[in-house]
Design a binder for this molecule. Structure first.
Ligand code: NAP
Length: 246
């Protein structure tokens, strides 16, 4: 039987690592993409191996075309035809008002969240369309519809772009047998908030969330895994909000 080979970008920690573990449990071979933390990515790949799946940790800056091409080339060389892609790599940049945000931060947030998703999706489409099947799940954000004033409107705008490309690409690639969907998490307890300059952000957000707590990475991974699975065989162009009601 054909093996499921799924590339997860930003798989070294947080939501991406939880997605790698969950997909391994669901029978996928997993390419663990990462940018800086090779040790963390190797540890996740080891966990995937421990679950009985094949795995590979590969460094690739998703906003760089050559890195993306190499990521998919090595994945196919080592594990076989790529059948799935989870566009999870993302950054918020420092929290703050637009007026105080540096151009370099605007550019990086757009490059990683939007251009990176486009570059990886384009490479996946080139490989999957001739084969007549494939699944892509984008990790968007509830920020896309909240706007994130005072925090990172540029990040919200980039994720709104991800929502638009999810719909467009689902319609473009549906006839090729490729399903494209997105998960839009609310506030999830990961290191992304510390990287944005506010380690307590997730805990503090609890009061404004109807379920009164931040989400766990595993709760997002479950939604991603569903959209990747045959159980979601008629879902295409959907943006599934998993945000505790926010
Ligand atoms: P995280 O803990 O900060 O992890 C980010 C991951 O992305 C890391 O594996 C990192 O790799 C990788 N990465 C960053 N820049 C990259 C680049 N240029 N190329 C390739 N990989 C890159 O973040 P998270 O909270 O798990 O977030 C995962 C996704 O969920 C992101 O798209 C984020 O926008 C989205 N999201 C998160 C939340 C939340 O509250 N946590 C809410 C809504 C949406 P290295 O560690 O190796 O650098």
């Amino acid at each position: 039987m054909k093996r499921l080979v799924t590339v997860v970008t930003g798989g070294s920690r947080g939501i991406g690592a939880a997605v790698c573990r969950r997909l391994a449990a669901d029978g996928h071979d997993v390419v663990v993409g990462y940018l800086r933390d090779a040790g963390a990515a190797e540890a996740v790949a080891d966990e995937v191996l421990g679950a009985g799946a094949r795995s590979l940790a590969l460094r690739a800056d998703t906003s760089v075309e050559e890195d993306v091409d190499r990521l998919f080339a090595l994945a196919e060389e080592r594990l076989g035809p790529v059948t799935g892609l989870v566009n999870n790599a993302g950054v918020t940049g420092p929290l703050g008002r637009l007026a105080d945000t540096a151009t370099a931060d605007l550019r990086q947030v757009l490059d990683v969240n939007l251009l990176g998703t486009l570059l990886c999706s384009r490479r996946a489409a080139q490989l999957m369309a001739p084969r007549g099947s494939g699944v892509i799940v984008n990790v968007s954000s509830a920020a896309a519809t909240l706007g994130s004033p005072g925090e990172y409107v540029h990040y919200a705008a980039a994720k709104a772009g991800v929502d638009a490309l999810t719909l467009g690409l689902a319609r473009e690639l549906g006839p090729d047998g490729i399903r494209v969907n997105a998960v839009a998490p609310g506030v999830i307890d990961t290191e992304i908030h510390a990287a944005a300059g506010d380690p307590e952000r997730a805990a503090r957000a609890a009061a404004a969330i109807p379920l009164r707590r931040p989400g766990r990475a595993e709760e997002i991974a479950a939604a991603v895994a569903w959209l990747m699975s045959p159980d979601a065989s008629y879902a295409a162009g959907a943006v599934l909000r998993v945000s505790g009601g926010r």
